[in-house]
Design a protein around this ligand. Structure first.
Ligand code: GUN
Length: 292
């Protein structure tokens, strides 16, 4: 069994990104990333903090906007409009999920698609579906494809099952796997909460992408011998024996399936670091394109 090392691959992506940042610096351009957090969900707060920290580490112009949980739709739209108009900002990210009074789809549509480094704007979703490379692709699925490529896992002609149909992971993941070219050309099935006999579906897969958001949900019954497993889940489960009182587990029961797999990503240290690395790369792409 190969343990796919997301920390090592993320470091490689960061190194490539540093070279591109240096090239922009020679032209007097510093990529700027704005990360907006509404409310105080602890997991979202932790993600936003690490995005901001990574951006600063790379020497990006990093702006973190933390808005109170009772922020109105109009107030958030005003923040987005201000960031759209700010020439020092090339990438804008509004952390998902926002509090219930916020209409997330409307916020996403308000972001300038050229600054939509999350790839959530309808223009970018359409570009991905149309295989138009000028769009932005959501960071987590982009990171999963890069992990498959770096691990030398063939996707062409193979059966991939994506478990989960979210706009952030499941849908773009399926589009990327079926896309023509390296890391694509797979035969893709999307399973979700209404799928009948999920285990029978996932057992058919050469490659399983787990993006369900439920701790240890896929077990030995779901994975066939020799399959490749990419675990997108980052779930906090209570563990009083740890200093924080919780630990992180994936959507896949790692210990139950690891011996059966040809390759698997751990949690933490698999997909998580890739998401941030791809975000940095997307932000630098935005700065390059806006200054082309
Ligand atoms: N919440 C979980 N993943 C993501 C992501 O990639 N982008 C944003 N904006 N919110 C998220």
């Amino acid at each position: 069994m190969v343990r796919i090392d997301g920390i090592a691959v993320a470091a490689k992506v960061m190194e490539e990104t540093r070279i591109r940042i240096a090239a922009l610096a020679k032209r007097g351009i510093t990529p700027g990333l704005a990360v907006v957090l509404v409310g105080d969900d602890p997991a979202s707060r932790a993600y936003v903090r690490s995005k901001d920290r990574k951006a600063a580490e790379l020497g990006l112009h990093s702006v973190k906007k933390e808005l109170s949980a009772d922020t109105t739709q109009a107030e958030l739209l005003a923040v987005v409009a201000e960031l759209n108009a700010d020439p020092s900002i090339h990438g804008i990210l509004v952390q998902s999920p926002p509090p219930p009074q916020i209409d997330e789809a409307e916020i996403v549509k308000a972001i300038d698609p050229r600054k939509d480094v999350d790839g959530f704007h309808p223009v970018n979703v359409a570009k991905l579906a149309m295989e138009d490379p000028t769009g932005f692709v959501p960071c987590t699925p982009l990171g999963c494809i890069r992990l498959l490529i770096e691990a030398g896992i063939e996707t062409a002609g193979r059966k991939a099952v994506v478990v989960g149909r979210s706009m952030i992971v499941g849908k773009p993941m399926a589009l990327l796997l079926m896309k023509r070219g390296l890391g694509g050309d797979a035969t893709v099935t999307v399973a979700h909460s209404r799928t009948r006999d999920l285990a029978a579906v996932t057992r058919e897969a050469d490659i399983v992408i787990a993006a369900i958001g439920r701790p240890n949900f896929l077990g030995a019954d779901h994975i066939r011998e020799g399959a490749v497993v990419i675990d997108v889940g980052i779930n906090r489960i209570e563990d009083p024996s740890t200093p924080k009182g919780y630990r992180l587990v994936g959507d896949v029961d790692y210990d139950a399936v690891a011996d059966k797999c040809a390759a698997i990503t751990p949690v933490p240290g698999g997909v998580g670091p890739m998401t941030i690395a791809m975000l940095m790369s997307n932000c630098v792409s935005a700065a390059e394109r806006l200054n082309a």
